[in-house]
Design a protein around this ligand. Structure first.
Ligand code: NAP
Length: 463
């Protein structure tokens, strides 16, 4: 029974769930396909009424949903509430914009005598979403809201440590009036992904998670010629130029690295600091991290949560030890974290050189890598010296100069004077080993639609 709720703060196994059987999976695919046949025929406004209702329920029951998130993966309750609110805002984004985004698009033709060419955006059918635990509601909303708006239906394989989040989201959608089969949670073990993707009624897969999961699922999708999008890991650079306003920058650095206990694909994982301010930054940053109070994530005053599981905590500690074996200096910061629960002591890594494997790794927890840059160009070079290409940020007193520098950074997203902005009206996604495709906005919505050309040609037009 892989799917289990294990409270990361207490270690208690709260509830276990059985894997879906083959007949349950087949029935879910059939139902999703039947529902698709009707769902796609509805006017967009009829579909978005249900999205609005889902947003309303998320807002009415924010605390209820937030507590399930915190129980299962351990994030601080205030962050869980913010995640529920963000999910509601994603639904509303598509309520407001789906009609416009899906509008037929006339194409300019060189000679009007040739006829009239139009692109129409049609849904593909049943899709599979494979999602991670770190934002168990937001990750669903990010794929579900646009794809339902577009007219597709969805099957969910959520991470095995957030089964109650998966069930709660499924119930939320039914309560909002979505017909059964519009969104179906399946407790799907890895071994059953192929069973789903080989079914001709399933037309694509969106995965958010690790490189290993992405490579495996994309390979299976390719075998059956199904479209895939991958939102994978990151080792985002947090570049601080010599002119940056230091106190505020340090505040954002502490936040950027430690929200969600550092378990964010777009956490500020590599601080790249201009040598002129390196010592001052390190001193203030260390003090800022030391002030984070670790404790019960259900307590509103806690500032550092446990990791999502004891296994995640053990893996991170091993990763730190390996970095040190290869020459890094690890400085543990702040009061001792509680002995109970999946905590990891906040750790600052310095002296991490490119010959240390850690230099290129993603640390998924409260571990900060601090690297000194000789000058601005050196900072960009270090930022780009990564297998990942997800997000990143540049802190400077001159935003226009920061903008020019951002153009040289090879990632999907760069923020000036902010660690990251995760919002309903900004796109999300990366390049290199951070994956391919985009989520949110029209970009995300159009990943799984057929951009069909209809060309009305005068019968007398030449070929
Ligand atoms: P993970 O192990 O890859 O899990 C993510 C999802 O993939 C889960 O549903 C998991 O199921 C499934 N999965 C794992 N291995 C699989 C396989 N071989 N075949 C099929 N499915 C598989 O990811 P994680 O380590 O828990 O999560 C953190 C990673 O996700 C980090 O690298 C983080 O940066 C990345 N992430 C990226 C984004 C983004 O938008 N770019 C957002 C959040 C997280 P089980 O739970 O059953 O194993």
């Amino acid at each position: 029974m892989a799917f289990s709720t294990i409270n990361p703060y207490t270690g208690e196994t709260v509830k276990q769930f059985n894997d879906a059987t083959d007949s349950e999976i087949s029935a879910a695919i059939s139902r999703a396909d039947q529902t698709f046949a009707e769902w796609r025929q509805l006017a967009i406004a009829q579909r978005t009424v249900i999205l609005q209702k889902a947003a309303d329920i998320l807002r009415e029951k924010t605390q209820f949903f937030a507590e399930i998130i915190t129980l299962e993966m351990g994030k601080i309750i205030g962050e869980a509430r913010a995640e529920v609110e963000l999910s509601a805002s994603i639904f509303e984004y598509y309520v407001k914009n789906a009609e416009q985004l899906l509008k037929d698009q006339p194409l300019p033709v060189a000679d009007p005598a040739e006829g009239q060419a139009v692109l129409v955006h049609e849904p593909l059918g049943v899709l599979l979403a494979v999602e991670p635990w770190n934002f168990p509601f937001y990750q669903i909303a990010r794929i579900l809201a646009p794809q339902l708006a577009a007219g597709n239906t969805l099957l969910l394989k959520h991470a095995s440590n957030v089964p109650q989040c998966a069930e709660a989201f499924e119930k939320l959608m039914l309560d909002a009036g979505l017909p059964a089969g519009g969104f179906t949670n399946l407790f799907l073990p890895h071994s059953k992904i192929e069973y789903v993707l080989k079914d001709p009624r399933v037309h694509g897969v969106a995965l958010t998670g690790s490189e290993a999961a992405g490579a495996s699922v994309a390979q299976t999708a390719a075998k059956y010629l199904k479209k895939s999008t991958l939102e994978l890991g990151g080792a985002d650079a947090f570049v601080v130029l010599a002119d940056a306003e230091l106190d505020k920058t340090v505040e954002w650095a502490v936040f950027g690295r430690h929200w969600n206990a550092g378990q964010v694909c777009v956490s500020s994982k590599r601080m790249i600091i201009h040598e002129k301010i390196y010592d001052a930054f390190l001193e203030k940053y260390t003090a800022g991290v030391a002030a984070l109070k670790a404790g019960d994530p259900m307590d509103n005053t806690t500032r550092l949560a446990p990791l999502s599981s004891q296994r995640a905590a053990d893996n991170l500690k091993q990763q730190i030890a390996k970095a040190v074996e290869h020459g890094a200096i690890a400085t543990e910061v702040g009061d001792k974290v509680p002995a109970q629960g999946a905590f990891v002591q906040p750790t600052i890594l310095t002296n991490v050189t490119p010959d240390n494997p850690a230099y290129y790794e993603e640390f998924f927890g409260p571990v900060s890598m601090i690297i000194k840059a000789r000058d601005d160009e050196d900072a960009v070079r270090i930022a780009n010296d990564s297998h990942f290409g997800l997000g990143g940020s540049v802190f400077t007193a001159d935003p226009q100069y920061g903008y020019q520098l951002a153009k040289k950074i090879t990632t999907g997203m760069v923020y000036i004077n902010h660690p990251t902005m995760v919002k309903a009206d900004l796109p999300f996604g990366g390049v290199k080993r951070s994956g391919y495709g985009r989520e949110l906005l029209g970009l995300g919505l159009k990943e799984f639609v057929n951009h069909k050309l209809i060309d009305i040609v005068d019968i007398d037009a030449p070929f």
